[in-house]
Write a protein that binds this ligand. Structure first.
Ligand code: NDP
Length: 490
């Protein structure tokens, strides 16, 4: 049977674009459909604009540091409109690069939504259909709001980069990667940040000691972090005021005030589109209430499978809506593969890219290849950053007897500037094999450091291998090779 294409990719994010290009380079005839902008979550509304905002937000502290180092500088105001214009020009440039890379690889791009019609047919939004020997789903995921009335009034991560004005106050809901990164970014840009996390400590799943240090430093920087707290109600502040007891409502968006169990009138009416962008009244699980310019939900992401025709075509989905795939990214329909966030494996761009390349090896190079999901390093771009690879102390302790090497100290740069913030360097070592099972770094540029330490950990380096490396002095990272005695064993 002959097909229009050897491969039809649905989704033009990092994973889909890489799979399309590498497959085309192997001689496959490839098409790709993207309904929004080439580059996907990472380039257009995730990692890239987020990291540029991390840089922008770090300058307030840097200017204070510069003063401490003798520079005569006076911090001025941050211009969100100026930054935003430049940010979007950069995203346009990157989108162009992605388009040119696809053109250069002879991938035919359809700038519209596509869905699966049957195991070998794709239907575009304009009704045209194309057949393909293989279909690759790389549509990613999207942020979800919690199921409470008026949740639509809240922003999600996609909206942050498009805001017209920088708010004066914001309430962030969630304690994961996105919540913590944006709490730090907005705080650095001068926004009054309140954060609610329903659990006992932010960044669930990461090393407890690292989580504790990051939470402590976020609070020290002025983030009003409330643990064990969630949002229970929200409404436009204007609706609320109309119905409220006058003494209890705040006039300005000022953040959270604990006013006990005071009753603030009846349930506010549902919001309308006119309420978008106006101050929002919020009630928390602990009874406190407040008014914020924006509420930002960073309460997780979900695979973007709706309306893709997957189940109709026989593709099995998991409990969270993720596409179920085998070790080679093949779905329950042999001609359909899936990579990236839509498969709910590890939601990181570099992982999706590797899954895309493994797909090409498997399908177009006759070399069945499983993407490697073991020992994937990652960084959380909080301030300070957190870089991690391997097991947490808690996970390792449950698995086998370990030694924990850890040091927390004021780095030279901060100490000289009179700052109190500490860094953390931590290695988890197997007592039996001496291998480094986990490495955790909380420090400026921890992302850069963990990329390099990650090579050693991935190679199976032992603590003694680390120790054989001479220190680079004076650096923060030298502690990774100079920690002599375990802080504890278990
Ligand atoms: P996460 O799953 O990391 O965090 C979601 C947070 O929202 C958790 O704290 C969760 O609480 C909380 N939550 C979920 N539902 C509710 C609810 N109904 N009410 C209140 N709180 C709720 O998701 P993110 O969206 O932050 O990030 C998604 C993924 O994107 C990450 O897992 C990561 O893989 C990737 N990412 C990576 C980045 C990086 O590499 N630097 C940056 C950003 C994202 P609980 O812990 O109790 O479940």
């Amino acid at each position: 049977m002959s097909f229009d294409y050897d491969l039809f990719v649905i989704g033009g994010g990092s994973g889909g674009v890489r799979a399309a290009r590498t497959s085309a380079q192997e001689g496959a005839k490839v098409a790709l459909a993207e309904e929004y902008r080439l580059g996907g979550t990472c380039v257009i509304r995730g990692c890239v604009p987020k990291k540029l905002m991390v840089f922008a937000s770090s300058y307030a502290q840097r200017m204070k540091d510069a003063q401490a180092y003798g520079w005569d500088v006076t911090p001025g105001d941050f211009s969100w409109p100026d930054f935003r214009k430049k940010l979007h020009a950069e995203l346009d440039r990157l989108e162009g690069v992605y388009g040119r890379l696809l053109d250069g690889s002879d991938v035919e791009v359809f700038a519209q939504r596509a869905k699966v019609k049957d195991p070998h047919t794709v239907e575009l939004a304009d009704g045209t259909t194309y057949t393909a020997k293989h279909i690759l789903i790389a549509v990613g995921g999207h942020p979800v709001r919690p199921d409470i009335p008026n949740a639509d009034l809240g922003l999600v991560s996609n909206d942050i980069f498009l805001m017209e004005e920088m708010p004066k106050s914001v309430l962030i809901i969630g304690g994961g990667y996105i919540a913590c990164e944006f709490a730090c970014i907005l705080n650095g840009l001068g926004v009054k940040v309140t954060q609610f996390y329903r659990g006992a400590q932010i960044l669930r799943g990461f090393d407890d000691e690292a989580r504790g240090l990051i939470a402590e430093q976020m609070k020290a920087q002025g983030i009003d972090l409330h643990l064990g707290t969630n949002i229970v109600e929200m409404a436009p502040a204007s609706h609320h005021e109309e119905r409220a007891d006058t003494e209890a409502v705040m006039e300005e968006p000022v953040g959270l005030t604990n006013i006990g169990d005071k009753t603030l009138g009846n349930n506010p009416e549902s919001a309308t589109s006119e309420d978008a962008g106006k101050p929002i009244w919020v009630k928390a699980t602990n009874g406190s209430e407040g008014v914020f310019d924006h509420v930002f939900f960073a309460t997780g992401r979900t695979p973007s499978v709706e309306g893709l025709g997957l189940e109709e075509a026989g593709v099995k989905l998991g409990r969270r809506g993720e596409i179920e795939v085998d070790d080679y990214s093949q779905t329950s329909v042999p001609s359909i593969y899936a990579i990236g966030d839509v498969t709910g494996r590890i939601e990181l761009t570099p992982v999706a890219i590797r899954e895309g390349m493994a797909f090409t090896e498997t399908v177009f190079k006759g070399n069945p290849t499983k993407p490697d999901h073991e020992l994937v390093p990652s960084a959380i771009f909080t301030q300070p950053e957190y870089g991690a690879i391997g097991l947490t102390e808690e996970q390792a302790r449950d698995q086998e007897p370990i030694e924990v090497y850890a040091t927390s100290f004021k780095p030279m740069n901060h100490a000289f500037a009179g700052r109190d913030d500490r860094v953390l360097m931590k290695l988890i070592v197997s007592q039996e094999t001496r291998k480094v099972l986990g490495c955790h770094i909380v420090a400026d540029d921890a992302g850069e450091m963990i990329q390099l330490a990650g090579i050693a950990v991935k190679m199976g380096a032992t603590k003694e291998d680390f120790d054989r490396v001479c220190a680079v002095h004076p650096t923060m990272a030298e502690e990774l090779v100079t920690m002599k005695s375990p802080a504890r064993t278990s």
